[in-house]
Write a protein that binds this ligand. Sequence first.
Ligand code: SF4
Length: 458
Amino acid sequence: MKGSRKLYVKSFGCQMNVYDSQRMADTLAPNGYVETATPEDADLVILNTCHIREKAAEKVYSEIGRVRRLKEAAAAHGLRVLIAVVGCVAQAEGAEIVRRAPAVDLVVGSQNYHRLPELLARAERDGKAVDTEFPVDDKFEHLVAPSAAATRARGVTAFVTVQEGCDKFCTFCVVPYTRGAESSRPVGKIRAEVERLADAGVREVTLIGQNVNAYHGEGPHGRPWSLAQLLGLLAELPGIERLRYTTSHPRDMDTDLIAAHRDLPQLMPQLHLPVQSGSDRILAAMNRRHTRADYIDVVTRLREARPDLALTSDFIVGFPGETEDDFTATLDLVDEIGYSGAFSFKYSPRPGTPGADMDDQIDEATKSDRLHRLQAAIDRSQAVFNRRCLGRKFAVLFERTGRYDGQLVGRSPYLQPVQVAAPTALIGKIAAVTVTEVASNSLFGTLAQEPALAGAGA
Ligand code: SF4
């Protein structure tokens, strides 16, 4: 190992970026890079960017400005700090970043970060390195596995990327352009990664992908496996007590995957299933490839398989052409489904996507008003779900200490944070908790007298 240098990684956006950031740190560890919690003492600052949200690129440029000042201060003391912009904004705007931000030393697309050590060497030597091509080789083949100690330090839950990219081309979304076509990791590689995590003490694994239920990775005999098959295999691995997956598309919820919610006790009764709108007209304009009725049908079949399933969703309000009637259909859907929570956003055009060129863009005031009303409906739905938890007994996986002495924070099967007075020896363990109080975003409870429950269910 080379002499120790400090690495600061700032993640923007979703869980996939958090996972990617960890893998970047793992990939650079053999080159002597040790993670630090603040950019001030870093030799290398990586901004792992996300292109989904509004003004994503502007946020990155303002962050670059902040880090540039640190770089200049270090240079005044004869020290060299490197700045890398990685991820989806780098993928989409690589040339523009080089032009607008000369302080940036490396620009690396979302599919190329396995090449960070070699690109870093090039930037140190030549002053600049840029790689935003979609590579023919699979980055996962080249990534370095973290040490057991590094895995343990990250806690008892972990994300594992099983799928990347998207072929759906919703008209508001940049993912098919920044992450490329759908691709899935082979079953054997995923199994090995999950076994390694279990050996290091991880008890809950969330399989992630932009379109995770379109998973079709190579199985043991060379044939593609579905997500349901993959979940079935992982459920049998010793030490893995809980499984989740996200993010799913309604069209790809096939019969086997729905049945897995009935048959696998390790598969937690919670699912993030974005619908985006309750109006068929808007769903068609969004190119979602499902109708409101299709979505309700999938939810009905899921709830037949697992009656206590908690559902969350994503919504966009103010998509071009959305009328008050369309929006009312969305509000009605929230009431009809009954969500345990949801993310909601005002539509904002992404350059290069079809939605950006559509007529009938909605004015800001209308979008804000609709967002406000939608969020109120989601809050009501979440409050109903949480209230139903009061007095019930759940299996809680304890993850960390809480804000107060003697308090632990864990997760219910439905992914709600649960705060309980409990000994730290319970971290990493599942114990029965009776819910005594509910707040808008978390539950409070007491350890139940009964012995610990198994991994699943309420
Ligand atoms: S399915 Fe999801 S990732 Fe794919 S284009 Fe639509 S919103 Fe984007």
